[in-house]
Design a protein around this ligand. Structure first.
Ligand SMILES: [Zn+2]
Length: 285
């Protein structure tokens, strides 16, 4: 989804007419909800130049990718194309430009909002726990790059029957919850109808637990979650052929989220990536 706003106005020194063009490029990972992020960018103009500020009302850091075109302005030291905004922060100085005296100035800019801190790196040493109760033996119905619906996607489908407890595979902060959907179909048009819980991990990656049942999220935005904690009830909402839990870990990226491979603790002394068509029994958290 692209949004374009064009707002003509007169330049401060009346020497130029310019267009302020904002481009918000918002794209969405396949299993996330479509939304407009709670991030605002604004410009303060003066005779000395311009300053750009941003507010981030989201529960996680967000990244702005800025692109400026200027005339009669000198960029300040420290201006960067990629700016990370702290969670729940306001009035962060994103960039500033100093006017060249007696010239008048003009500018346009565009920006892309990226979910999360673009500098995040996944802790590849972390061994996730299987996201269901101890002793349950569950089929890995679809693995990374599975042909049915994971083409090009590193995601896992655990074949959890409807109504099964879903546990957190890793500790973190709840940053996304949807549980109001009762809709399911075997068509990508139902992608946005999936109920889910999203958990932000310490390393900036996001664990996504998708297809939960109606009212099947047992946590709230802002909750701190322990590994192995009950977070939801499995279902089949969204684009699903039947009940299962779709799990993926997403790394913030310029593509607005890239699903990555993660290892699980599959048994004592056995840490590996779960394989399609295999059964795995949860044994500890
Ligand atoms: Zn899936």
């Amino acid at each position: 989804m692209n949004h374009t706003f064009q707002k003509p106005y007169n330049c401060r020194n009346l020497r130029r007419y310019l267009l302020l063009v904002l481009h918000l490029f918002l794209t969405y990972p396949a299993f996330s909800q479509e939304r407009i992020y709670n991030v605002d960018v604004r410009v303060e103009e003066s005779n000395e130049g311009i300053k750009i500020f941003a507010d981030n009302g989201e529960l996680l850091p967000m990244t702005l990718k800025m692109d400026f075109k200027t005339e009669g302005l000198t960029p300040s030291d420290g201006n960067s194309e990629l700016v990370v905004l702290d969670s729940k922060s306001s009035n962060a100085l994103v960039a500033s430009f100093t006017a060249i005296p007696a010239e008048g100035y003009g500018y346009s800019y565009s920006y892309q909002i990226i979910k999360g801190d673009i500098n995040s790196k996944h802790n590849d040493d972390y061994a996730y726990c299987l996201p269901y109760e101890k002793g349950e033996r569950i089929l890995m119905a679809q693995g990374y790059f599975g042909k049915f619906s994971h083409s090009g996607l590193k995601a896992l489908d655990f074949n959890l029957p409807e109504g099964t407890n879903v546990l957190a595979a890793r500790e973190g902060l709840v940053i996304g919850v949807k549980e109001d959907s009762q809709i399911s179909c075997l068509n990508p048009s139902c992608l946005k109808q999936a109920n889910y819980v999203d958990i932000l991990h310490e390393d900036g990656t996001i664990g996504q637990y998708v297809h939960l049942s109606y009212n099947g999220a047992l946590v709230s935005l802002g909750d701190k979650i322990k590994r192995g904690q009950l977070i939801g009830i499995s279902g089949k909402t969204g684009f699903a052929s039947g009940p299962h839990l779709h799990f993926q870990v997403t790394l913030p990226s310029l593509e607005n989220g890239t699903a990555i491979a993660t290892k699980f603790k599959l048994a004592e002394n056995w840490i590996d990536i779960p394989k399609e068509k295999e059964f795995y029994t949860a044994f500890e958290y």
